[in-house]
Design a protein around this ligand. Structure first.
Ligand code: NI
Length: 254
């Protein structure tokens, strides 16, 4: 069994054939898909979809791109949505200094406010990072292990991975690991202790090498598992089994 720990199948890119995409996932032995929100609309969309299918779960949160939209009202909405039985994490939240669609100071403020909410609600978090480990890790380290979660689509080096592991975080590896020149991500995927690994697609983006440039979908998470299995000299089934256990331990506590 496999779990896609980061998918955006609520988006319009899947409106045409969402049922077929879910069928492919089932045929590829995916037991669970976590649908990630990144603003109010996509968080509501994630919940609506998760409500319709037993094996789908949802997250709510404000992405750093839209950090300036995190008003007190929106924060209140997220707090309410976090009580929904299908919502199992807060995210994706974080910092993105690559595109800087919101100013860094505004991004940091929104990140910290949502971390406060996660701590208050005792919810794990999904962290988005791009060119921002320099700020993200100290912010998380300052929480002293009170918040758990995953650094999704991890693209740092082994040293940054070790710092992330020290504060109890999981490492999310996606399709990039299958790209021939993604040496840093492959080094991380090889070194990461398997009990702290999650696999993901980030679909519709970042399709693995065989589908690179096309729309990604949850079934392709197997290509990620396959590459990691090769790096760890183990079987794809082992990677599927361990990452499923990790997911259940981190997100589904009942
Ligand atoms: Ni994402």
């Amino acid at each position: 069994m496999f779990i896609d720990s980061h998918a955006h199948i609520q988006l319009s890119q899947f409106d045409r054939d969402r049922d077929a995409v879910l069928k492919h996932a089932h045929e590829a032995a995916l037991s669970t898909i976590l649908i990630i929100g990144f603003d109010v609309e996509t968080s509501l969309g994630a919940i609506e979809l998760a409500d319709k299918h037993k094996n789908l779960y949802a997250t709510v949160g404000m992405h750093p791109h839209d950090a300036k939209k995190l008003t007190p009202d929106v924060l209140k909405t997220f707090r309410e949505l976090l009580h929904h039985p299908k919502v199992i994490a807060l995210g994706e939240i974080g910092l993105d200094y690559y595109r800087n669609l919101s100013p860094p100071a505004v991004q940091k403020e929104a990140f910290v406010k949502q971390l406060d909410l996660a701590e208050e609600m005792e919810m794990p978090i999904i962290v988005h990072n791009r060119d921002a480990y320099v700020d993200i890790l100290p912010i998380l380290e300052a929480r002293g292990g009170k918040i758990q979660g995953v650094l999704h689509c991890f693209t740092g080096d082994v040293e940054l991975m070790n710092r992330s592991l020290e504060i109890g975080f999981h490492i999310g590896i996606g399709g990039i690991v299958t790209y021939p020149n993604a040496k840093d991500v492959q080094a991380v995927a090889k070194e990461v202790p398997l009990e702290r690994l999650l696999i993901e697609t980030d679909c519709p983006w970042l399709a693995p090498q065989s589908w690179r440039g096309k729309r990604n979908e949850p079934a392709y998470v197997r290509a990620v598992a396959e590459k990691i299995a090769e790096l760890h000299e183990t079987s794809i089934e082992t990677i599927g089994e361990i990452t499923t256990q990790n997911f259940n331990r981190l997100f589904i506590t009942d």
